[in-house]
Design a protein around this ligand. Structure first.
Ligand SMILES: Nc1nc2c(ncn2[C@@H]2O[C@H](COP(=O)(O)OP(=O)(O)OP(=O)(O)O)[C@@H](O)[C@H]2O)c(=O)[nH]1
Length: 389
């Protein structure tokens, strides 16, 4: 296991590294449509696109418009086994390119095949030293086909993993679904992934700043950029409507006061300890629970944790169940420490950092979310709570 929980500086800080966006989404969700928009929109930036083909013959490459020289293809039949080597090779090649006075590219976008678990792709950016030195994973964005996603979530583990893993979900093809269907889809997506904001789109027409430059993987911004962490989904008890609601049609993010935001939720009668509502919605009997072996579990303790106990517990949990844990993120109030401990994990790879000090009016609670498959919710909850100082 790679564990850097005690590292003094944020390994995910920007530092002039080229941001990488991993684009996932089931077959036909609209990934190529989005890539074409990114490559053709008049933004004055230069993006490299890495297309991960399933099978031997590259087709997607030919469907992506724009300069050939900026589209790179990986032909690997089995993503989980070979993607990392391929990706490292392609990224290393990209880094050798020159642009006077600037990095070779403003950003790299990796499109994964519609069948792939995005985990191994994301992990590449944590495990390979050369890649790590020159790039930073910005976010994993999942495109979802509003018309077909319900069936895919029923029958495809990959579809569930893609949703569960994402930092941002784009609910595409909204023209093909009714408002009631869209709301039902959003509720189900939220159960699989309580963290990722959901943006609706038609022909992948999301503003690019909702796909690129999200800092979804920056430890400094984790959870701050996912304000719905403590907010139950639409239509569920305790949901607090605000500008971050998944049904927001304004299409832009408003700035917000994070500290204040935490208090909003803290004072809500149904979210007083932040621990039950999200997982409650996961297991709640609301019609779509059957096939969702992947779920998001939110846990919290209204006070400090013992740092040593927590680190030991988290290491053990990831060591034993890392295969099943797609993502974990959290902000911890460590006993005797004025700064917030922020951590995140991708399967067994853990990164963590002591960051800014708690604000004077900020609620100093410890909270985390674990998204994964076949997780023992009661055991995780009990384990987290047992670390209380
Ligand atoms: N009606 C409708 N069709 C869309 C929308 N977005 C994309 N499409 C169409 O859906 C089909 C699939 O879109 P692609 O962008 O190729 O999807 P993809 O995710 O790249 O597909 P794969 O490469 O097979 O994984 C294309 O025919 C698109 O024109 C949308 O919002 N509404």
């Amino acid at each position: 296991m790679t564990s850097t929980l005690d590292a003094p500086a944020s390994a995910a800080a920007a530092n002039g590294k080229i941001p990488v966006t991993v684009l996932t989404g089931y077959l036909g969700a609209g990934k190529t449509t989005l890539l074409n928009r990114i490559l053709t929109e008049d933004h004055g930036k230069r993006y490299a696109v890495i297309v991960n083909e399933f099978g031997e013959i590259g087709i997607d490459n030919d469907l992506v418009v724009g300069a050939d020289e900026d589209v790179f293809e990986m032909n690997n039949g089995c993503v989980c086994c070979t993607v990392r080597g391929d990706l490292i090779r392609v990224v290393a090649g990209l880094m050798k390119r020159q642009r006077p006075g600037k990095p070779a590219f403003d950003a790299i976008i990796v499109e994964t095949t519609g069948l792939a678990d995005p985990g191994p792709v994301a992990q590449t950016f944590f495990v390979d030293e050369d890649v790590k030195a020159k790039t930073r994973l910005d976010s994993v964005t999942a495109l979802v086909d509003a018309k077909h996603v319900m069936a895919r979530l029923d029958d495809s583990k990959e579809a569930r993993e893609q949703v569960a893993f994402a930092d941002r979900i784009i609910l595409n093809k909204t023209d093909l679904a009714s408002e009631a269907e869209l709301t039902a889809v959003e509720q189900r997506l939220r159960k699989l992934n309580p963290l990722a904001p959901i943006t609706r789109a038609e022909r992948a027409n999301v503003p690019l700043d909702q796909v690129l430059g999200l800092h979804g993987f920056d430890l400094e911004r984790i959870l701050d950029v996912n304000p719905e962490f403590a907010n139950p989904a639409h239509g569920e008890a305790g949901h607090v409507h605000d500008e971050h609601c998944g049904h927001d049609h304004h299409g832009h993010d408003h700035g917000h006061d994070h500290d204040h935001h935490g208090h909003d939720h803290a004072h809500h009668p149904d979210s007083s300890d932040g621990s039950d509502h999200v997982s409650g919605s996961v297991s709640g009997a609301r019609g779509h629970d059957h096939a969702d072996d992947i779920k998001g579990i939110s846990v919290s303790v209204d006070g400090p944790l013992n740092g040593q106990k927590f680190t030991a517990w988290l290491d053990r949990l990831l060591g034993e169940q890392g295969q099943n844990i797609l993502r974990a993120k959290g902000i911890i109030n460590v006993e005797g420490e004025e700064r917030r401990l922020v951590f995140q994990a991708v399967h067994m790879i853990l990164e963590g950092d002591l960051q800014r000090e708690w604000g004077p009016t900020e609620r100093r609670w410890s909270r985390a979310v674990f998204i994964g498959r076949d997780l023992d919710e009661a055991a995780i909850r009990a384990g987290f709570e047992s670390c209380a100082a």
